[in-house]
Design a protein around this ligand. Sequence first.
Ligand code: FAD
Length: 292
Amino acid sequence: LRASRQTADQRPPLQISFEFFPPKTDVMEERFWDSIGKLAPLSPRFVSVTYGAGGSTRERTLRMVSRITTDTGVPAAAHLTCVGATRNEVDEVVRGYKAAGVNKIVALRGDPPEGVGQPFTPHPEGYQNAADLVAGIRKLGDFDISVAAYPEKHPQSPDWQTDIDNLKRKIDAGADRAITQMFFSNTDYLRYVERARKAGITAPIVPGIQPIHSFKQISGFAARCGASIPDWLAERFEGLEDDPETHALVAAAVAAEQVTELLDEGVTEFHFYTLNRSNLVLALARLLGRRP
Ligand code: FAD
């Protein structure tokens, strides 16, 4: 029996988490809380809130994670980057999370303001990279730490060895799990996990699932972060720019295919990039057997 057709009591226990970004306007904030309200009853392991480039959302990220924890009872995870900041500044943010009762952190290097593909120069008094940041956070308290992983390699990794070595350094520095960048070919993810296991990495590598609310927007994001869009996927959305209903149905079918295939491959942990929307993710969680 395919795992996706098993009933809840036949399946191994699943873990899901949801990623949000800090809203910029009152209208966006309303949608943020509306979506959190709909997704919170699915008992996620955590709801995470991103950290804008170079700390630009520092206050908003802290405000959102604090409120998620107090208002919904769902554990919140705060993202944190070390780009462009001193160790002291970053440590101060970590202390702020701790004081707000947030003990889960997604620890990232971040990108230089010039863009993802540009060379990264650490702040002279800053953490050197994500592995260094993880080690720093570990010294400040008992945090649950997630780090980033790249099924298609990080754009700045010259080869697989460098990329996997880097993931290993992050886990060895004290990270509890890795969450992947979005990917649209499950084979890329499965091969990546195999490479990591061969390198002795035993920590969970949770697939980051990006539902395609807007093909145009997601292809832009993907290009910027080095995730590829397979030709078959582009073909599915071709010509649907002015047909939102068919676009939404195709998006649901594509994401459903991706998660059910991963479930059948034995994957039991999923991280969803929600873009602060709940509808597609609610449906996907249901396919995975998760209901309020
Ligand atoms: P690192 O793990 O430090 O690696 C970056 C590159 O440097 C890799 O190519 C690595 O191989 C190389 N490298 C590192 N150390 C060494 C070394 N000692 N020797 C040789 N090579 C080395 N960005 C944000 O700004 N805010 C967010 O909230 C955010 N959330 C994210 C969440 C997830 C799940 C993911 C996957 C990404 C997120 N990002 C976010 C994007 C992330 O900041 C970028 O992808 C960034 O380019 C790399 O961050 P990292 O933590 O993977 O860096």
